[in-house]
Design a protein around this ligand. Structure first.
Ligand code: ZN
Length: 301
């Protein structure tokens, strides 16, 4: 792939990225677009499955919470809706910004065992769908269907489509956006949470930036790349919230020291002070819009 998958610019720099999650001793060629700054893998390994060992997906069987826990979660969401937030989980922010109602159809792409959909169900949402090609068991219960299906094969129409760190694992971001536009109802919303290039940690660590995650991450957009992909497909990029974590600094630093993720003990490798500085730095880069991951909110025009 020579052209940038987002902006189609033909000028890019190539660099080699080691597989570091499991320490597989293999490197992969990536490109960095000179125009929009997006990053992509040059060629997807034929046996990509090999890089997703059994312990990569730790899906649990879908199990419902106790009646008490369900009721408490429903009550917490009701209180949140009228302005009283008690230990609000992060997904309340997503729901608020997406402005979805309990009757709206919501699809979670790459939903795994459906942990987020389950929480939404307890909040009172009743038109929920999950899609994941790697799950063992499909789930069909009242108000919630989880199907074993790749994104390209989804049919139907939705009021809201979400990707929580699944977008970067998909081939061809342009086709992904075409599909989003195709299955989203008019005025529907999409949320894509993904690593993003152009961050401080990418500038500092380059091939050791842990969210390159070679060869599993196939495309990492820049903000400009996301804007271009949205515009090409009739979607408006409404807002961006940077939600990067301290791990962007700690894991990347240990990658540079040659320690794969599965062997990292960050409590041992860093002092308490260093660890707390990573947390502070993550908050700072999020405020400045230069963290290494973000939530992109779109609306179909
Ligand atoms: Zn580009």
């Amino acid at each position: 792939m020579n052209k940038c998958p987002a902006c189609h610019c033909k000028k890019s720099s190539k660099f080699s990225v080691p597989e570091m999650m499991f320490g597989m001793n293999q490197s992969f060629l990536y490109s960095h677009c000179h125009n929009c700054g997006s990053i992509w893998i040059d060629s997807i390994p034929e046996s990509i499955d090999k890089f997703y060992p059994k312990n990569y997906y730790s899906f649990n069987k879908f199990e419902e919470d106790s009646a008490l826990s369900k009721n408490l979660k429903k009550w917490r969401f009701k209180m949140h809706k009228i302005g009283f937030s008690i230990k609000a989980p992060q997904y309340f922010d997503w729901i608020d910004k997406l402005e979805v109602g309990v009757d709206d159809s919501i699809a979670d792409i790459g939903c795994g065992d459906g942990i987020l959909l389950k929480q939404l169900k307890y909040c009172g949402f009743q038109n929920l769908f999950g899609f994941d090609p790697f799950i063992d068991n499909e789930t069909i219960i009242s108000g919630l269907k989880i199907k074993k299906l790749p994104f390209e094969e989804i049919s139907g129409f939705f009021d809201c489509i979400m990707f929580h760190h699944s977008f970067e694992h998909l081939k061809s971001p342009l086709r992904v956006f075409e599909k989003i536009a195709q299955i989203l109802r008019s005025n529907g919303k999409a949320l894509i949470r993904t690593p993003v290039s152009g961050s401080v940690v990418w500038e500092e660590e380059k091939e050791y930036w842990f969210q390159l995650d070679a060869p599993r991450h196939l495309f990492i957009p820049s903000v400009k790349g996301m804007q271009i992909l949205a515009e090409k497909n009739g979607l408006e990029l409404c807002s961006i919230v940077f939600d990067s974590l301290d791990t962007q600094f700690s894991i990347s630093e240990l990658y540079k020291r040659g320690i794969p993720l599965v062997k990292q003990d960050r409590e041992k490798e860093f002092s308490k002070r260093e660890l707390s500085n990573f947390v502070k730095r993550a908050e700072e880069v999020n405020r400045k819009g230069i963290g290494d991951q973000a939530a992109f909110y779109f609306r179909k025009m």
